[in-house]
Design a protein around this ligand. Sequence first.
Ligand SMILES: [Zn+2]
Length: 359
Amino acid sequence: MYLNVAEIESAITSLHGAYPASSETIDLPHLTHDGRATRLLRVGTRQSDEVPAILLLGGMHAREWVPPDALISLAADLLEAHDIGTGLGYGESTFTAAQVERVLEELNLFFLPCVNPDGRHFSQTTSAMWRKNRRPAPEGSVGPSCVGVDLNRNFDFVWDHKAKFAPDADVHTSDKPCDPQVYRGPAAASEPETRNVVWALDSHPRIRWMVDVHSAVPVILHNWGSDQNQSTTPSDNFRNPDLDTVRGRPDDGIGEFIAEPDLKSAVELAERMNDAARAVRGVDYGVEPAYGLYPTSGTSDDYAYSRHVTDPADAKVYGFTIECGDTFQPVFSEAEQVIREVSAALLALALNAPEVAED
Ligand SMILES: [Zn+2]
């Protein structure tokens, strides 16, 4: 059975209660529109400022029921295995006790299993295919689809798609509140759920990698999503207003800058995640830049990686999105297989990230 919102919160409480020396709960500052509080569960034996860290997000899109369960499951597996000194196995993807120990003693993993609890509750009780959060409909907008913002279009990265992209770029974003899927919100980072993710990054400068777990394709995505990657012209980037009329077009010779070593590191880590996921039962997720077939704006993964460009005082945070499984709400026996794939992928990231990072 899938966890409901209350069960996710109680799982965080009981995991920290059972393993107080290797975990911590951290209250996020912003309540959701329906008044719900969310927390981070930090897994690791060292303090937040002592070792590099990975931020793991799930449940941003309400109807994607597997990712929050996957993150709670991985946190529980890691804490238990570390405590009793065993390894972990997901199908043919296996991790030794020494590897588990390394993850908990050389890194911190910050779990935010359910970014959008209002949306999940609504999806699990009222409207299964709901995607957005539950921001009340704006004055004068009538109809159930006028509620909510797509949180993964709300981050402060080329958020204003009408100003920041070529008119013919096929950006999958909307400025219409009644768009049932991809309404970007009234302003960048307008949503409390978005601001909680930003707060998590601001408050934990040792975070160097972020994975936003979604469903369902399957695929593993790395930066960028705004345009095709290029590593030759640093000035062709998201901060350059000269590109606002051309951003997002495919194969026009103008792309978003990513330094060669960063791209190499991002691809390498995504490949390690894919190898581990595939070993579970043979499903090849594949690795792609988030741009894929069309450009996106306001997404969490690009926001995370853009921070150090916008403000060089911020740490460089590589952003990944795992699109797990191939349906939003598979029967739970299938969900358990997908959870194993996600768990294996994230453990592979944790084991490889510190070595692959260039700086
Ligand atoms: Zn999603």
